[in-house]
Design a binder for this molecule. Sequence first.
Ligand code: G1P
Length: 357
Amino acid sequence: MKGVLLAGGTGSRLRPITHTGPKQLLPVANKPVLEYAVEDLKDAGITDIGVVLGHKGREAIQELLGDGSEYGVDITYIVQGNPLGLAHAAGCARDFVGDDDFVMYLGDNILNEGITDLVESFETGDYGAGIALQEVDNPQQFGIADVDDAGNVTELIEKPDHPPTNLALIGMYVFSSDVFDAIERLEPSWRGELEITDAIQLLLDDGHEIDSHVVTGWWKDTGKPEDILEANRLVLEDTTLERNGTVEEGAETNGRIGLAESAVIEDGAVVRGPVSIAEDTTIKSGTYVGPYTSIGANSTLEGIHIENSVVIGDSSLTASGRIVDSLLGRSASVESADELLPEGRRLVVGENSQLKL
Ligand code: G1P
């Protein structure tokens, strides 16, 4: 079994954060989303992994994952170029996959229970594909599966106006190499993409059985800023956080706090977990870091109160206000305007930024 990890796409719903890098590298609990996928593949025994790259951030992704040896896997890079849909991306991996079965994993998706059950379930039968499903509240926004009373998949529809069920296809699939012939026969959908959901429907039409596996733990497609914040909450809630850094006497800390070795919580600061603070970051006196916050590396916080937020890193937050439910891109700086005249907020805001003042 091989792995095909999709790391292309434009990340348009995460602008401006994705103006400078691929969405798959956004950090959740101070770890790039893509790393969670590599670890899930490895845990399922899949070490031969093809990473499909789009135009955006190719070098950054290759720099992070390298040849895979740091993760105990073997990585081959495949260039998709233009983002013409998930099935197009899968089709680009045809030579890499050959006649093997493979797991296709969307590199911006994250789930807590891993993919071992999905892979094992597929391997028990003679299936054309295995899909992971989860009930969602907004089925119009996903690929949806219909199943009969015995739980067999009977139909798959991409973003249906009138969904027959609320069982969404989540971003992990297992395929036999028969899927490549189905992909060759696909026509672009209404959104101009070759849909993987349509390819699975073609496998069904060809008489293949489709295995389905309902995922009960949490799953998140990190396509939008609020999804990153939610994924960050879910991961901070679930993972072990290690305090390796320095907590000075006089600092108030409660709950679970992940503190990198070179990070410091200074005397007079208040930190309430679950929180993750990365290397070379200092939380100075008068600062409050509240639950469900991740602060990236090489940052300084002084006087600010911040909660339920993700700060990507290399940032300086020294204003005395409150920041909640926010995603701050790399090298962001939030300073005080108290001494300045005329009074008012001073903003340098990038294209597609969103501010709620
Ligand atoms: C894609 C798939 C869809 C699936 C979803 C899971 O949607 O097309 O079938 O349910 O991922 O995240 P997209 O993110 O391209 O809208």
